[in-house]
Design a binder for this molecule. Structure first.
Ligand SMILES: [Fe+2]
Ligand SMILES: [Fe+2]
Length: 223
């Protein structure tokens, strides 16, 4: 890649830092988000590739700090503070570092900060696409397993139970959050792919309902 500074140094630093993160937000997740970003860039060639790829690489750099604080500190805000220093040390100019930091700051689903540039939109979408489709199903089960949740439950059990309980299944994550992701997407390409991947998840959970004898097939895919 044709970047201003030492991209490999930033890549190594990020890989080392996220090596022991939880499996839903480890370096593999970052690599998939970068792959999604590459794909979205092909639909949006007017976006600044260097900003998008650096922000995709660094977007979850502060996950370990958020985890260590048991969620009290927001990894997007922490990363926003850390990124300029990381990129300066790697020889990137300040104007690049500033744009990357802003895109990192606004990548979070729950964050109050909305993306304010095409580059930030693509980073947001690249991250959310990793929660959908076959990968999204895999990650939802990884998380549920980590929390010792059941393999599956009914819609009523899922929707009437709190997070981090035994009923906090992959199905609950899908019903509460993931099926609504397509409407949160920022770019046209991101939205189109998100709709397809959410429909795949709907089909998967309908099959799971069928196999487990749960008689409900009223899962509405997001349009
Ligand atoms: Fe994140
Ligand atoms: Fe992420």
């Amino acid at each position: 890649m044709d970047f201003h500074g030492d991209y490999q140094a930033v890549y190594r630093l990020t890989g080392d830092k996220l090596l022991n993160s939880g499996s839903c937000h480890d370096f593999d997740h970052t690599l998939r988000v970068m792959k999604n970003a590459e794909m979205l860039l092909t639909y949006h060639p007017d976006a600044d590739r260097e900003i998008v790829m650096l922000a995709a690489l660094l977007h979850d750099i502060a996950r370990p700090e958020e985890d260590a604080s048991k969620g009290k500190r927001c990894h997007a805000m922490l990363a926003y503070e850390m990124v300029p220093g990381i990129l300066k040390d790697a020889g990137f100019p300040e104007h690049i570092a500033r744009k990357v930091a802003l895109a990192v700051k606004t990548h979070r689903f729950r964050g109050k900060n909305e993306p304010e540039s095409l580059e930030a939109d693509l980073v947001f979408d690249a991250d959310k696409l990793d929660s959908l489709g076959a990968v999204g199903i895999g990650r939802a089960f990884l998380f549920a397993g980590h929390e010792n949740a059941r393999l599956h439950n009914t819609q009523s059990e899922a929707l009437n139970s709190p997070a981090y309980s035994r009923e906090d299944t992959a199905y609950r994550e899908f019903l509460v959050k993931l099926r609504y992701l397509p409407r949160r997407m920022r770019s046209a390409a991101g939205r189109k792919i998100a709709v397809e991947r959410a429909a795949f998840m709907t089909a998967f959970f309908e099959q799971l309902n069928l196999e487990t004898g749960i008689a409900e097939s009223n899962i509405q895919p997001e349009e």
